[in-house]
Design a protein around this ligand. Sequence first.
Ligand code: ADP
Ligand code: MG
Ligand code: MG
Length: 250
Amino acid sequence: MSTLSINNLHVSIEDKEILKGVNLVVKTGEVHAIMGPNGTGKSTLASALMGHPKYEVTEGTAFLDESNLLELEVDERAKAGLFLAMQYPQEVSGVTNSDFMRSALKAVSGKDVPLIKFIMEYEKNAEDLKMREDLPHRYLNEGFSGGERKRNEILQLKTLKPKIAILDEIDSGLDIDALRIVGENVNQMISKDFGCILITHYQRILDYIKPTHVHIMIDGKIVLTGNHELIEKIDQSGYEWIKEELGIDF
Ligand code: ADP
Ligand code: MG
Ligand code: MG
């Protein structure tokens, strides 16, 4: 079992404070949905945890088991067992998907990955995600549709097998079939060795990946935590009622 513990995390971008004291504990076996209006800092939380240089942590701590994440380089955070599926996956021209994946796997595991074993697992994962067969030879995300990019993030997730994954709006831009495929594949990974943070705007993905915890982030803080009933309430009534109930402005 592993635990990601975030304590009083404050993060600034270009001297503007975006995260204003986030507390969150995520264990393997759990699914934490983070919902909230646009611009409240959900992606900032994801980027800061992965170590994006633009995001300055000014206060607080983040540990994955004994690893002090904030002291680690990006690749060391991945080695410690953290993974981020990005809201906007980038294209990398000149690097094929399979080469990228094999070197990432080598970097994360610290071991050489036998080619045959890698190819077999890669193809199995690609098939599970119903990706096109030419995928391994295409350049990373180049010319990929929005949905293909999101599936490719989940393919990376399945290959790297992190302890804790942060999935940032993996449901945006997916049609209903792709949503089900992505949802089912993530759901199958949930185990005593894997847990995730699911950042989303929509209830739909949560039909496939049942959250054990639901958090509402507003203005850089988690202001409310509950269970799936909270999702239904947000779906019906939006976020305005929280503002009134908690007496906060945003
Ligand atoms: P969310 O994911 O909840 O929609 P973000 O974390 O993307 O919100 O953004 C939170 C705030 O930080 C927004 O006001 C956004 O404009 C700002 N922000 C995020 N990333 C950057 C960046 N790289 N440079 C400047 N401002 C940013
Ligand atoms: Mg957003
Ligand atoms: Mg975002």
